[in-house]
Ligand binder design. Structure first.
Ligand SMILES: C=C(O[C@@H]1C=C(C(=O)O)C=C[C@H]1O)C(=O)O
Length: 366
């Protein structure tokens, strides 16, 4: 009985081998074209990475995808192909919150593909610093989480940095309780990034009410510490668990099943021009208004007048000597090349005591 199936399998596998050879040949043709683009860019003195072009490539493929490959598979496959093509032009150095196994590393690899030079950093501050100093071409920082809201340190640093946002990417963040021992007994402390502790507080209150919550610089750092001390448990990714040889005592302990984190890709304006319009763009700003009646209302009027949608509005205290003044982080739909967006930005600029465009970039293609 096995034989006819074996023949059928062998025949199909021969066909797959042929398709793979054809794919390889096509991929090499693509790589050669990308190299030619690279030569032209070198002559122009312009940078290799064009997030808006990559977003368009992926959006175009998704819209014309006849299947059976799922559209969700398109983005990771082509990000990897474009990563390999880019690497032929120049190495891309990417700074992120390390060490190995952090969600920031996963976001960096997902966005830039695996052909990159990793620059793991000890803190979000260091990612900004290293990128601003030119020791990395890009920095990847968490900016917002669907359970916990804005990442305060990133928002504060964006205010004063010379860097700007050229792209965004987001990840489903699943937290796992990791430990040397495979049980919940005698855990004295949970070591994790404050965001992860916050995203799992319901589960922790229920299952480990008496264990100390000990904030550390990153979840992967927590995993490293937990690997050395059986009284500790870490909250981190499965990758961090594998990296440090830990048991997954409880998987997916985050309070929200669909916990997502959005990351900003930062670069230096001298390194990189602001991305051109991709057709599906976001413009991020931070502004402050003088405290008077109707100030907040006046802030949204220019958007309404010019028909520009606001997709995010978040406030942070301005730390102005306890005076209850705020910075507002606003995401608008569209690109300043569009007359409506440009007019709205101009009016906002005139209204605001402080006005800074953090970046204009293509929306996440996932
Ligand atoms: C080839 C190019 O350079 C890079 C590689 C891309 C690709 O492989 O498709 C797309 C945009 C750039 O990041 C290009 O600009 O077209």
């Amino acid at each position: 009985m096995a034989e006819p199936f074996d023949d059928a399998l062998a025949g199909l596998r021969t066909q797959i081998d042929e398709v793979d050879q054809a794919l390889l040949s096509l991929l090499n043709q693509r790589a050669q074209l990308a190299q030619k683009v690279g030569h032209i860019k070198k002559q122009q003195g312009s940078l290799v990475f064009r997030p808006e072009r990559e977003a368009k490539v992926i959006a175009g493929l998704k819209s014309g995808n006849p299947g059976p490959l799922q559209n969700d598979a398109i983005s990771p496959i082509w990000r990897e192909i474009m990563s390999a093509c880019r690497a032929l032009e120049t190495p891309t150095r990417v700074a992120y919150l390390g060490p190995a196994g952090t969600f920031s590393e996963q976001a960096a690899l997902g966005f830039f593909g695996s052909s990159l030079v990793k620059v793991p950093c000890a803190s979000i501050d260091e990612v900004f610093h290293v990128t601003a100093a030119g020791a990395a071409d890009f920095g990847v920082v968490p900016i917002e989480n669907s359970t916990e809201g804005g990442v305060a340190r990133t928002l504060d640093l964006l205010l004063s940095t010379p860097l700007f946002i050229v792209a965004e990417t987001s990840l489903n963040v699943r937290h796992n309780l990791l430990r040397v021992r495979n049980d919940l007994r005698d855990i004295e402390a949970i070591v994790a990034h404050p965001q992860a502790l916050a995203q799992c507080q319901g589960w922790l209150a229920q299952h480990l009410p008496h264990a100390e919550r000990r904030p550390v610089a990153s979840n992967a750092e927590g995993a490293r510490l937990a690997a050395q001390d059986p009284t500790l448990a870490a909250i981190a990714s499965l990758r961090a668990g594998t990296e440090w040889g830990l048991h997954v005592v409880s998987p997916a302990i985050q309070d929200e099943a669909h916990n997502r984190t959005r990351f900003a890709i930062l670069t230096h304006p001298e390194q990189h021009p602001s991305p051109r319009a991709s057709g599906r763009d976001c413009t991020s700003l931070v502004v402050s208004v003088r405290n008077r009646p109707g100030a907040l209302h006046d802030l949204v009027v220019p958007l309404k007048t010019h028909g520009v949608s606001m997709t995010r509005f978040e406030s942070r205290p301005a730390r102005s000597g306890g005076q209850w003044e705020y910075f507002f982080y606003i995401d608008l739909q569209g690109h300043p090349d569009e007359p409506s967006v440009s007019a709205a930005l101009q009016e906002l600029r005139d209204h605001c005591a402080f006005f800074k465009v953090l970046g204009t970039f293509p929306l996440d293609t996932h």
